[in-house]
Design a protein around this ligand. Structure first.
Ligand code: CP
Ligand code: NVA
Length: 305
């Protein structure tokens, strides 16, 4: 059974196949073409954390393609609390065709996938967010027209978003810089694996003005992720010099696009001015979640036939 848990589980050519399919599906969606290839299929969406984009894009996207999506929030099935993960996994496999899950603990999604007889898609864990970064590279491709070696400068916390960028960098050549405070570097093993793959140029920086030089893309995310919101005030002090603002963007010295997975905390990791600037492509990114995820699901149905 092929799942979508980490970008690094896929080869470069498989990733390209998904990206090209996403492009096709996006154009069909914009032309309002009838493309109901998910007819009679059902998607179970498990959310242990809040969501706007992931929930709406999966549900709307799946239904546009003719399927039926079910929202299972934290109080509905109580995954791992009311019932063991492996029991939920086998139960949903009997009713549904695909599972998308947003969970805290990464081991829990691995367990969900291990016992599932239908594909499992990772909709974010504390460790990574593969659907987001597949969408992000698709958006980079749309705006830069090439995706080989773009300079992507990530400012902020070395979190789940960074881990997925690093896993993408193991397969697609990037010039990737994670610019973060000393104590907020990404996971050492993931970073080392990305470096050892030899596919991309990977750097860790603690100096925003140096890091941003020649950036094609400047990317940021919240300083306190879901599950860390009680640390927000403390983190605000530690991260303040990593804020993406108009002055910093100017220091890139070239035409730079701004990206953010959203939701953004305006005034913290990014200013209102940058969010609203003409170089901000955050809503293209958000829209593309739907097309890329539809492509991932169509790909999984095809490969798991
Ligand atoms: N970017 C993202 O996953 O957004 P949500 O948390 O709103 O789903
Ligand atoms: N790092 C953020 C990403 C949200 C899409 C979080 O985990 O909350």
């Amino acid at each position: 059974m092929k799942h979508f848990l980490h970008i690094s589980d896929y080869s470069n050519s498989e990733l390209w196949e998904i990206l090209k399919l996403a492009k096709e599906l996006k154009s069909k969606f914009h032309l309002r073409e009838n493309h109901k290839i998910f007819q009679n299929r059902s998607l179970a969406m498990i959310f242990a954390k809040p969501s706007a984009r992931t929930r709406v894009s999966f549900e709307t996207g799946f239904e546009w393609m003719g399927g039926h999506a079910l929202f299972l929030g934290p109080n509905d099935i109580g995954i791992g609390k009311r019932e063991a993960i492996k029991d939920i996994s086998r139960l949903l496999s009997r009713y549904n065709d695909v599972i998308m899950a947003r969970l805290f603990d990464h081991d829990h999604i691995l367990e969900l996938a291990e016992y599932s007889t239908i594909p499992v898609i990772n909709g974010l864990t504390d460790y990574n967010h593969p659907c987001q970064i597949m969408t992000d590279i698709f958006t980079v491709w749309e705006h830069l027209e090439v995706i080989d070696n773009p300079k992507i400068v990530y400012m902020g916390d070395g979190n789940n978003i960074v881990h997925s960028w690093l896993q993408l960098a193991m397969k697609i050549p990037l010039d990737f810089v994670c610019c973060c405070p000393e104590d907020f570097k990404p996971d050492t093993a993931t970073l080392q694996k990305a470096i050892d793959s030899g596919i991309s140029k990977i750097n860790i920086s603690h100096n925003p003005t140096e890091a941003i030089l020649n950036a094609d893309i400047v990317y940021t995310d919240v300083w306190a992720s879901m599950g860390q919101k009680d640390e927000a005030a403390e983190r605000e002090k530690l991260f303040s010099s990593f804020q993406v603002n108009e002055d910093l963007i100017e220091k890139s010295g070239k035409k730079t696009f701004f990206m953010h997975c959203l939701p953004a905390e305006r005034g913290r990791e990014v200013t209102d001015g940058v969010m609203e600037a003409d170089y901000s492509i955050v809503f293209d990114q958000a829209e593309n979640r739907m097309h890329v995820q539809n492509a991932i699901m169509a790909y999984l149905f095809e490969k798991n036939k």
